[in-house]
Design a protein around this ligand. Structure first.
Ligand code: HAM
Length: 438
């Protein structure tokens, strides 16, 4: 198989995914709102990107972890945080045997649970993992935002050094470069420790208190429950308030503790040294409660309102909070659907041999030997005239047609036709098959 990292032609027009569905339309059964069917012309692209990701991250010594799609609800309540939008209103929760279960809204909490439960804390550090799979959030569907979506992510356990933050960010940027994504923006922030954030929160509450009446309902709720998330609000009146000079001045100072600040400075120095462009966004707080110190997001102007293709950060307390030994960790996840829509093209996979035949039993056995030699082979199953089968070979994009008729079977030969040059040769079957391996 060709190395998917080698060559990437830019041959596909951008094709927005068809995301919005209505299950009740005209009595037909339809996919649930906010889900997507990935049809063959798109799944080939998905498959190629997945293969590229696997090669890219394995080459950086990351190993795959697979965890269940559902977990006990408490894991997300404790892991992601009771005050987050995800836990408050977006979880798909159901009850079985008097136990509340939830379809995972993200991957990190489940991986931390698996890390603790399987004693991975005893494995040599750092432990570098990648994962991929469907996630579920009951959100209002719109372009780029689904109720079932897919993430690919990486997590590094056991390193408190800013070099680990730098590596995960660099790997994300490097992977996107390999896929030839159009220009991306990297935003980073330092949100300090839970203690320093408490001080930050109180100050932000004091500064926004005089404006409470003008804030949107969500921000008025967040003011009490999840104060820093107010800064993420997309409502214009709220944005105008958070841009008031006194709040702006407060945000541009660094309110985190000294260790977090040093950590952040080293991370920035590495990014500067490698000439990775980034912007410090002091409003970037992210929607999950487990972060400490570094948070980051990678966005694209080609994605519309839902512009984040990747988000992540450091979470030094989560393993301990979920019952494991103190273990610093850092990671990110990207949204497959958003990524796929940004990838400009992928190499077409050519079919090597198309078997034109009225001797199917022989053809199946030859096709099997071709595949065992590492080439692809498709047998025409139509029973139609050879001229029609030859035309089909061309339509299927095969490099060669392999003709196996009565004459070939009785003489132990195959007729090989190069479909580009129309050159045709008759070879003993054994010679043809042994030639495949050379
Ligand atoms: P997140 O920012 O919630 O982080 O999600 C990561 C990415 O998943 C987003 O940047 C976006 O591309 C995609 N995504 C999220 N929600 C949706 C949706 N409703 N529809 C389509 N795509 C979506 C996390 O999930 C963290 N677990 C990341 C992390 C890993 N932090 C540390 N390690």
């Amino acid at each position: 198989m060709a190395n998917p990292l080698e060559e990437i032609p830019n041959n596909l027009p951008h094709k927005p995914a068809n995301l919005l569905s209505d299950e009740a339309s005209q009595g037909h059964l339809q996919r649930p709102k906010g889900t997507q069917d990935v049809l063959p012309h798109e799944s080939a692209k998905w498959g190629w990107i997945e293969e590229t990701a696997r090669c890219y991250f394995q080459a950086a010594a990351y190993e795959e972890i697979r965890t269940p799609i559902f977990e006990v609800t408490e894991l997300f309540e404790r892991g992601v945080g009771e005050d987050t939008d995800i836990v408050n209103k977006e979880m798909y929760t159901f009850e079985k045997d008097n136990r509340k279960m939830t379809l995972r809204p993200e991957g990190t909490a489940g991986i931390v649970r698996a890390y603790i439960e399987n004693g991975l804390s005893r494995s040599p550090k750092p432990l570098k993992l990648f994962y991929s799979g469907p996630m579920f959030r009951y959100e209002r569907p719109q372009a780029g935002r689904q109720r079932q979506f897919h993430q690919f992510g990486i997590e590094v356990f056991g390193l408190d050094r800013p070099e680990a933050d730098a590596e995960v960010i660099l790997l994300a940027m490097g992977f996107f470069k390999t896929l030839q994504l159009p220009a991306l923006s990297l935003e980073i922030n330092n949100i300090g420790t839970p203690e320093s954030r408490q001080v930050f929160k109180q100050k932000l509450q004091a500064l926004t208190q005089p404006h409470l009446a003008q804030l949107c309902d969500a921000c008025r709720r967040r003011y009490h429950t999840n104060t820093l998330r107010m800064l993420d609000c997309k409502v214009d009146t709220c944005k105008a308030i958070y841009a008031l000079p006194e709040i702006e001045a407060f945000l541009s100072e660094d309110h985190s503790d000294a260790v977090s600040r040093d950590h952040f400075e080293t991370l920035k120095a590495i990014l500067n040294h490698l000439e990775i462009p980034y912007r410090r966004n002091s409003r970037l707080v992210r929607g999950l409660d487990y972060y400490t110190r570094t948070v980051f997001e990678i966005t694209s102007t080609h994605l519309g309102a839902q512009n984040a293709v990747c988000g992540g950060g450091r979470y030094n307390n989560l393993v301990e909070e979920l019952g494991g030994p103190p273990t610093p960790a850092v990671g990110w996840a990207l949204g497959w659907e958003r990524l796929v829509s940004l990838v400009p093209g992928f190499p077409n996979r050519e079919n090597d041999y198309y078997l034109v035949t009225d001797q199917p039993a022989h053809a199946f056995s030859v096709a099997e030997k071709i595949r065992r030699a590492g080439k692809s082979a498709e047998v025409d199953l139509s029973g139609k005239a050879f001229s029609k089968q030859m035309a089909q070979a061309g339509r299927r994009g095969a490099a060669y047609a392999l003709i196996l008729g009565e004459t070939e079977v009785s003489t132990g030969t195959v007729t090989v036709k190069n479909l580009k040059t129309a050159e045709q040769t008759i070879l003993p079957q054994d010679q043809f098959l042994s030639g495949l391996r050379s």
